[in-house]
Design a binder for this molecule. Structure first.
Ligand code: ADP
Length: 182
């Protein structure tokens, strides 16, 4: 799996960036939202704050989002054109297998929506690894496997960005790539 990841990385279909996701000027950023879609803390709060009240108004019309599913809105005051809201699992509320499946569905359904809307570039935060308590290494293996499988089978989105706020998260993915290339 990792050699395939490395190949996609080299082909620029996967990128790792250390940034505030609200600053990215791309087709869509993914929001690690909660089931209400009405905002929260962490990356969700940062996205709503940067996008402005109009985002909350559109979110209110969506009637929430089930765990593992995804819904799309405009980006409003964000530099990103769209926000794909997905809900990752709260780790402790599920068996390990269920949590892995739901996290994988959150990535996959977000990518399906990006494809449906012909979005070329999409950036993910590290879904469920903050307040939702998903162990970093487990989340990395689910996220990487799901994104790889999707881009191998689909031309759109052309580029998937893993966006990290914290150095240790960024380093983990970088390590996964570099250890494969050595
Ligand atoms: P969850 O509730 O899904 O666990 P959190 O928002 O608590 O979501 O955390 C998800 C990840 O997003 C964490 O790694 C957190 O550090 C990161 N994060 C928080 N703010 C930002 C931001 N502005 N840009 C990118 N990532 C962020």
């Amino acid at each position: 799996m990792l050699s395939s990841l490395l190949e996609k990385y080299r082909m620029n279909r996967i990128r790792l960036v250390k940034a505030d996701i609200t600053q990215l000027e791309i087709d869509a950023i993914v929001n690690a939202a909660n089931n209400s879609l009405l905002g929260g803390g962490g990356v969700d709060g940062a996205i709503h704050k940067a996008a402005g009240f109009a985002l909350l108004r559109e979110c209110k019309s969506l009637n929430g989002c089930a765990t593992g599913e995804a819904k799309i809105t405009k980006g409003y005051n964000l530099p990103a054109k769209h926000v794909i809201h997905t809900v990752g699992p709260v780790y402790r509320n599920h068996t390990v297998a269920e949590a892995h499946h739901l996290l994988s569905m959150a990535y996959k359904n977000s990518l399906q929506l990006a494809k449906k809307h012909k979005l070329k570039t999409v950036a993910f935060p590290n879904i469920s690894t903050g307040v939702y308590g998903f162990p970093l290494e487990e989340a990395a293996s689910v996220a990487i496997a799901t994104v790889l499988e999707f881009i191998e089978n689909n031309q759109t989105p052309q580029q998937v960005i893993f966006c990290f706020y914290e150095e240790d998260n960024f380093k983990l993915y970088e390590h996964l790539l570099n250890s494969e290339s050595n």
